[in-house]
Structures are given as structure tokens and as C-alpha cells.
Design a protein. Structure first.
Length: 260
């Protein structure tokens, strides 16, 4: 049985992220037969990321610097994220920050019912009025990874839950329209092509594979890549978003706030 160190798993997550984002940003030119496996690999990314975010939270020597680093690269990525995805929203760095704040609250708050009420409110705010990448699903995945005590379960359950959530979200998008190739709107999100929503149902496959990979994590760090992901994230979004802009697949109107 293959065993994977953290360095290898992070690279797998990065590759899955890039392939998934290529499909979304360059949807106009990606054939369906290629879009399906590329989109599925995107399911690998956040479950792996969520696991190592929680590990980082547990082992960082300076939580404030950890969050500040996420915030800096999140802000840098905002314009490129908007161009890549074609709507005004916040990128995954902000979702991770919210997830970290939630597990911090979980550790600090002694009144559990009050925490859960606050958590539900925070999770909903990642969807409306401004949509965060992965939104509620991302925040739930981070919290689950933190609160589940059994090591085997905390590597598997959040990934499976994420996959099921994403599948339900995709099915909701499909059911939200009756005419093929029309635009759909869910919870204030700008429309995606219905065909893309159908393709997104395979996202669960990547999440299940992520659960398998995390199950076989050997606990070793491997090579250090402290700054690689942080710098690679805005860089790859810049390439995808700028190409989409130049090709006319998206325009600067995506930066305009919708009128009430």
C-alpha cells in the first residue's frame, strides 16, 4: 500500500486545484470528455487542504502570523479570483481564515449551544451576501477535521461530507433550471452554464479519492513548501483570469456590485 507524506499530498492538492480552475476559467474551450476528469480532480484539493490547515493551527508557533499570511495572499488574489470565476466573491484564503476562527472559537467557548448558534451564523455569512469559495462546505470541513478525535475518522469523514455536500449543491443547480444551457442562480451566485453544473456532479469522486489519500498519510512532513502554495495560488489565478479576460470569456463588469 502506498503511503504519502505531506509534501506529496499538498502537490496533489495543488494539481487538482489547477485542473479544476482551468475548467471553470476556460470552460469555453474545454471539451466535455476532458472537463469531466479535470473537474473531478478538483475534489481532491480542499479536503487535503482542510486537514493541513488544522494541522497548521495545532502546530503553529504564532497563530496571528499564520492568519496574517493567509490574509495577505487572499487580498492579493482577489482580482484574479474574480476574473477566473467570473463573479465577485472571496477566495479560498478567506474561507480558511473563517475556518480557523471557527475552530479557535470552538476551543475557547465553553457554552457549546452558544458556539453552535454562532457557527451557523458565521457559516451562512460565507454564502450570503458575499460568496466565499467553498463557502459553508469549506468551513464545515475545517471544523469537522478539528473536532473529530479519531485520527482515521478525521482524515476520511470531512472529505466524504464535502463530496456529498458538493453533489447536493450541483443537483440543486441542475434542478433549478428546466432549460438546457441556460443560466442558473443559487443563493445569489451568478449563473453557471447548466452543462457545467452537470459536470460538477463528479466532484464527489475527487473528494472520495482525497479521503483515501489522507487515510494513507504517513504523518511525515517531507520537503518543506511553506511559501509555495501561498505564492502559487495568486499566480495561477492571474494566468487563468488574465487569459480569460483577453479571450473575452469574462469582462471587467464582474467587478461591479449587483444592485439590490
Amino acid at each position: 500500500m502506498f503511503r504519502f507524506d505531506a509534501f506529496t499530498l499538498r502537490w496533489i492538492a495543488i494539481i487538482g486545484m489547477v485542473l479544476n480552475h482551468i475548467v471553470i476559467a476556460w470552460w469555453e474551450i474545454i471539451p466535455l470528455w476532458l472537463a469531466i476528469p479535470m473537474y473531478a480532480t478538483g475534489g481532491l484539493t480542499f479536503p487535503i487542504m482542510a486537514y493541513f490547515v488544522v494541522e497548521g493551527y495545532k502546530h503553529t508557533s504564532n497563530l496571528k502570523k499564520y492568519i496574517l499570511r493567509l490574509l495577505i495572499f487572499g487580498v492579493i488574489s482577489i482580482p484574479f479570483h474574480v476574473l477566473t470565476f467570473g463573479f465577485l466573491g472571496l477566495n479560498i484564503m478567506f474561507t480558511i481564515i473563517v475556518g480557523i476562527l471557527c475552530i479557535l472559537l470552538y476551543d475557547k467557548m465553553k457554552i457549546r449551544p452558544l458556539f453552535w448558534i454562532l457557527f451557523v451564523v458565521i457559516a451562512l455569512l460565507t454564502t450570503f451576501p458575499i460568496f466565499f469559495d467553498w463557502a459553508i462546505i469549506g468551513v464545515v470541513a475545517v471544523l469537522l477535521t478539528h473536532i473529530i478525535k479519531n485520527e482515521k475518522a478525521r482524515r476520511i469523514v470531512p472529505a466524504v461530507v464535502s463530496g456529498v455536500f458538493m453533489l447536493l449543491f450541483s443537483l440543486l443547480g441542475i434542478l433549478g433550471t428546466s432549460t438546457p444551457y441556460t443560466q442558473v442562480e443559487i443563493a445569489g451566485l451568478p449563473g453557471y452554464d447548466i452543462e457545467l453544473m452537470v459536470v460538477s456532479t463528479v466532484f464527489i469522486v475527487g473528494c472520495l479519492v482525497a479521503a483515501f489519500l489522507l487515510k494513507n498519510f504517513n504523518g511525515q512532513r517531507g520537503k518543506r513548501m511553506k511559501w509555495l502554495f501561498y505564492s502559487f495560488y495568486p499566480l495561477h489565478l492571474a494566468v487563468l483570469g488574465i487569459v480569460a479576460l483577453l479571450m473575452g470569456w469574462v469582462d471587467l463588469s464582474v467587478f461591479t456590485l449587483p444592485l439590490p
